[in-house]
Design a protein around this ligand. Sequence first.
Ligand SMILES: Cc1cc2nc3c(=O)[nH]c(=O)nc-3n(C[C@H](O)[C@H](O)[C@H](O)COP(=O)(O)O)c2cc1C
Length: 370
Amino acid sequence: MSTTPASTEPLKFAYWVPNVSGGLVISDIEQRTGWDYDYNKRLARTAEDNGFEYALTQVRYTASYGAAHQHEATSFSLALLLATERLKVISAVHPYMWHPGVLAKFIATADHLSNGRAAINVVSGWFKDEATSMGVRWLEHGERYRMAEEFISYIREIWTEDNAQFRGDFFQLRDFEMLPKPLDLPGRPLPEIFQGGNSSVAQEMAGRVSDWYFANGNTPDGIERQIEGVTRSARAAGRTVRFGVNGFMVARDSEAEAHATLEEIIAKANPEAVEGFGNAVKQAGQSTGDRTGMWQGSDFADLVQYNDGFRTGLVGTPEQVAHRMLEFKRRGVDLFLLGFLHFQEEVEHFGRHVLPIVRELEAAEQERVA
Ligand SMILES: Cc1cc2nc3c(=O)[nH]c(=O)nc-3n(C[C@H](O)[C@H](O)[C@H](O)COP(=O)(O)O)c2cc1C
C-alpha cells in the first residue's frame, strides 16, 4: 500500500517540447512532428488550450541517436513563453554547462517577461562526449549530483536573499544582491525547480532541494518506490516534493490500433542508434554503486523512447489511458510529462478525448473518498 497519499488536486500535464529534430522515438516510422519555431509556437498555443499547464524544453548541444538538430533550451523556452499566455515553460539545464549566477539572472528576467511562468529542470547529464568535446570537465555520477545540489542551493540563495552568501566546493557567493528578484506569486514564491533522475542519489537530492522530481517512464510499482525514496529524504529535510512521470501516449479509437502503432514504432526502430544510446546512458549511470540510475533495467524496446516512456503503459483507448493515469495518481503522481508520435494532432486529441475522462474519473474518486 502506498505511504504517499494521492493528491486531491487534479492531475497536471506537461508535454516534451520537440526542440530537437527526429521526434521522441528513435524510429523511422513516419512522424508528423516538427522541431522548428513555427511548429512549436502553434503546438504551445494548442497545448495551453488543451489542458497542458507545462511544457519541458530539452537540452542537447550536439547530435546523438538521431536528434541531428537541436535548438538551445533556455532561449527556445523564452520564445515559447512570449508566444503563449498561460503555459509554464520549463527549461532543462546542465549544472556543468552554466554559471548558476548567470542562469539565476536569465530565469529571473524570463519570469518578469512572462508574468511568472519560467521554470527550470536541473539534469545531471549522461552525454559524456557532448561535454568533453566542448571542453567541459566530466565528473563522475556522484560528483555531478553534488554539483547539481550546490547549483540549486546557490540559485535559491540569489533568488531569495538580499545579501546572498554561499560557500560550496563548486560555487561561491559573497555579499551578492540580484535585483529584480523573480516574481513572488500566490502559491509560487519562486520559479519552480524540477529535477530529472532515478538513482538513489537523485532521489535524496530531490528531497533536499527540488520542488519537483521527474521520473523516467516506469510501472506504477516502480514509480511508487521512487516516490517513497524521495519522500523519505524530503521528510527528513522538512520539505515536500511533487512528482512527475514521463509517459509516451498512444491513444487511439481502438486498443488494437494503439498497440499496432506501438509495435510499428518498435519494429521500425533504428537498432544502431538505439544501442549506441543504450551503451552511453548505461555507462553514465554505472558509477552509482547500487545501479539504481536511469535506464539500468531498460531493454531495447524501452530505449526506443529514450526516456522509457513506453513503460508507463499509456497505450490504448482514451478510457484505458485515463484509467491508467488514475492508477498512477493513487500512487502519488501529481503530473504526467507526455510525449506523442504526432504532437500537434495528438495534443489536441488528448484535450478532446482523454482529459475529459480523466477529470470524470477524478471527480468520481473524490466523491468516493468524501
Ligand atoms: C524528465 C527528464 C528529462 C531529462 N531531460 C534531459 C535533457 O534535456 N538533457 C539531458 O542531457 N538529460 C536529460 N535527462 C537525463 C539526465 O540528465 C540524467 O542523465 C538522468 O537523469 C540520469 O540520472 P540518474 O543516473 O540519477 O538516474 C532527463 C531526465 C529526465 C527524467
